[in-house]
Design a protein around this ligand. Sequence first.
Ligand SMILES: [Fe+2]
Length: 384
Amino acid sequence: MKNLFSLMLMIFAFSLVTSSQGIDNENFVVAHGPYLQRLNETGVTIIWTTNKPAVPGVSLTTPDGNVRFVRNSHDGIIDGGGLVHKVRIDGLEPGKTYKYSISSVQILKYQAYKIYYGDTLNRKSESFITPSMKSEKISFTVFNDVHGNSGKMSSYIKNGNKTGQDFYLFNGDMIDFLQSEDQLFPGFIDSAVTYFAAVKPFYYVRGNHETRGYVAREIKSFFDYQDDRFYYSFDNGPVHFTVLDCGEDKPDNNRYYYGLADYDTYRKEELEWLKNEVKSDAFRNAKHRIVIVHMPIIKGEKQGYGMKFLSDNFGPVLNSAGICLMMSAHTHRNTFYESGKSGFGYPVLVNSNNSFVEVEADLQGIKAVVKDVGGKIINTYTFK
Ligand SMILES: [Fe+2]
């Protein structure tokens, strides 16, 4: 009994010592990622997170075998000190294969005149291929309205073309809302990393649900958007993509926005951008033009406020712009509107919350195959 009492006293004393010294027994690890963003002919952004503050870097092996270690800096200070790491690599060549390995140096103490480093984590190398505008054929997969059901999303990926695609598009409402940073990763990013995102880039298009919750304000920290905007364009092979941000679905004065919504102003700014976008050389000279937007821009009766705003204001700008296909989501129903039947001069393919779309585009046209969770073909559409 006396021995047991002594042992308990020793354990208690040890726990007091360790807690007073702040001993942290959690290993330093990469928590999420890496995943590729904004991969273009000459650059890529690689993002990952660690569970403790770190200085990030990427070791890049070029096609001719040279190794470059890349760290980014802003205003003279090397990026680091946080948990989310974003490294942009420029100066790449189109259509080439590069190997990369992420490196994280733990920061134990960060003071004005004293910085202590801890472990360095070097992850296994991955590879990516830069796109080339000379490519005559591209393929990509569109997911949407998964609403945080990553199990369903994994089923899609397992039963679809999981490695052969050039890139992936998440067309909004991938999560219900963003109240905590932890929702994004189990919600869909971790599954994407498991299957493709370390080697193929994805584009995360904002749906109306991604505007909700406190952390919705921080969403850009976890991704890399062209010009730091949710609406932008990019080119891949024969296709010019115009990505639009639909904003919220209800009027700005809806009581559930508690006076913090300003989407009418925002969409008007976006509309001015769109007017210039459809006049740009990249848009007009492309072989095919695809618009990606979460809420379909169609004419219809009894439309909600957001959809009607887009229909009244964005529809006329896109109407005669030569759009080959608009890919949308939001309604949770598989619907196809032929050009003209959408109310505008372009076809609209709306993907449901229980299917995904595999798209191939070459010089002849575009083929979109809608598949269910089990990989069974629901419908095939071709656009010449
Ligand atoms: Fe939606």
